[in-house]
Ligand binder design. Structure first.
Ligand code: SAH
Ligand code: MG
Length: 210
């Protein structure tokens, strides 16, 4: 997504970040899109986010970008794929962020949330798209009262709300699950959610009266 504005928005940019971006492109690792990242980092800055929980680390690209915003930021991030986990560990070492980014090699749906003994200002849901309702429900108790739940890929390359165009049954099922999540989230009485056609589609949820 190369818009007129992309040349004005400045991202963290160093050799490691550039290497991660080209690796992700080559190996088709679905890292967050530039526009989504701009929005995510804006939110972290303006809300002065300190503690972050991320579901879906991949190679550590979003985690490292978030951690670069401030030395006060600490991140717990969960990844179930061993190859991705190892890459993330390697990249986080290179970024000298091992103290601040804690990668948990686990299936996020098999976590006992009591292991995480703190609350988070930001929960970033970015793992298996078919499981979004489960991730939200499981991790929501760890959100601080004025925290934000940020969900990525809710338009899924423009396929969401266009599922009649999709021939593959598996893909159509996945898209239906994302549509269900969007509806579920919009109707969730406990949260006030805003949806944005930014990047691959983003929702930002805050607790009502929170
Ligand atoms: N947040 C990353 C991209 C994550 S891609 C970034 O923007 O840089 C999604 C990742 O979620 C994949 O690496 C996948 O292995 C992982 N994943 C999917 N389902 C998961 C689960 N149930 N538990 C943990 N990780 C999961
Ligand atoms: Mg994503």
């Amino acid at each position: 997504m190369n818009s007129y504005f992309s040349k004005f928005n400045k991202f963290p940019n160093n050799k490691l970040i550039r290497d991660m971006r080209s690796y992700a492109e080559k190996e088709k690792v679905p890292i967050i899109q530039d526009e989504g990242l701009t929005f995510l980092l804006f939110l972290i800055k303006t809300k002065k986010v300190r503690n972050i929980l991320e579901i879906g680390t991949a190679i550590g690209y979003s985690a490292i970008n978030m951690a670069m915003q401030s030395l006060d930021i600490n991140i717990d991030t969960i990844e179930r794929n061993e190859e991705m986990y190892n890459q993330a560990i390697r990249n986080i070492k290179k970024a000298k962020m091992t103290e601040r980014i804690n990668v948990h090699f686990k299936d996020a749906l098999e976590v006992d949330i009591n292991e995480f003994n703190r609350k988070y200002d930001l929960i970033f849901i970015d793992a298996a798209k078919a499981q979004y309702i489960k991730f939200f429900t499981l991790y929501e108790p760890l959100l601080s009262d004025d925290g934000v739940i940020f969900t990525d890929n809710l338009l899924f390359h423009g396929l969401v709300n266009n599922s009649e165009r999709i021939e593959s049954k598996n893909l159509r099922n996945l898209v239906t699950k994302i549509e269900n999540y969007n509806e579920w989230l919009a109707n969730n009485e406990k949260y006030d959610t805003s949806f944005f056609s930014i990047g691959d589609g983003i929702a930002v949820s805050v607790k009502k009266n929170g």
